[in-house]
Ligand binder design. Structure first.
Ligand code: PEP
Length: 242
């Protein structure tokens, strides 16, 4: 069985004071059935990992470099993330593919670096609205999967997140049938049938249960709704109940 995972992506949000939300989350969900993960900005990684000690909360990074160290101003290596307490790292998020022109080849190289550092890579794939309108969703998503997931990836070191670009931060979501179509295709295409498949894009307490009821959805990658313990906690509860 694939692991159930509720993963939060704080993006470029969060100051030290916001760690209180994680204290509240841990207090409200001391022993969830699913894995719960927050990927804060790099500045909060070590303090969040410290406060998560002894709890079920996992912390992760939002990106890593392909190299272990060197002259790469502003970048972080996978080893540095692991050293700060990360267990996972999000790679190939559509905001990085767009804002930093990251290619699937680069994402694959980053996933290899993450694996060498002992991190689980959460590799994101997803179509733009224009690609969906053009009827190329499966071609785009399966192409990104093929090119972004390195050889040797398995359920122990890799998670796939399907995130339609047009659903991220917009409050819009695909229909359940559209999510199921992509997740069923991903399940058939991943190199290890046990690999967890997350859905991401405007997941909220109000729609989580319906999405988690789909056969090949093993959890969610959550942006905005992961910032508040009450919202993310409700999503964790929905995943536990699924
Ligand atoms: C994301 O950042 O990956 C995401 C899915 O954001 P949101 O939940 O806010 O749409």
């Amino acid at each position: 069985m694939p692991c159930k995972l509720a993963a939060g992506n704080w993006k470029m949000n969060g100051l030290r004071a916001d760690l209180d939300e994680m204290r509240a989350l841990i207090a409200a969900h001391p022993d969830p059935d699913c894995r719960m993960l927050i990927c804060p900005p790099a500045t909060l990684l070590a303090p969040m990992a410290d406060l998560a000690q002894g709890s079920r909360l996992l912390v992760g990074g939002q990106d890593c470099h392909t190299a272990k160290r060197g002259a790469h101003t502003g970048d972080l290596s996978a080893d540095m993330l692991a050293d700060a307490g990360a267990r996972h790292v999000i790679l190939g998020h559509s905001e990085r593919r767009a804002d930093h022109r990251e290619s699937s080849d680069l994402v694959s190289a980053k996933a290899r670096a993450a694996r060498e550092a002992g991190l689980t890579a959460i590799i994101c794939v997803g179509e733009t609205e224009a690609q969906r309108d053009a009827g190329t969703t499966l071609e785009v998503v399966l192409g990104q999967l093929r090119e972004s997931v390195p050889d040797g990836a398995n359920a122990g070191n890799t998670v796939i997140a399907y995130e339609p670009v047009w659903a991220i931060g917009t409050g819009r979501t695909p229909t359940l049938e559209q999510i199921a179509e992509v997740h069923d295709a991903l399940r058939a295409a991943v190199p290890d049938a046990e690999m967890s498949l997350l859905y991401g894009g405007s997941v909220k307490p109000g729609n989580a249960a319906d999405i988690f009821a789909l056969a090949n959805v093993d959890g969610a990658l959550v942006g905005g709704a992961s910032l508040k313990a009450s919202d993310f906690g409700a999503i964790i509860a929905a995943l536990d109940a699924a």
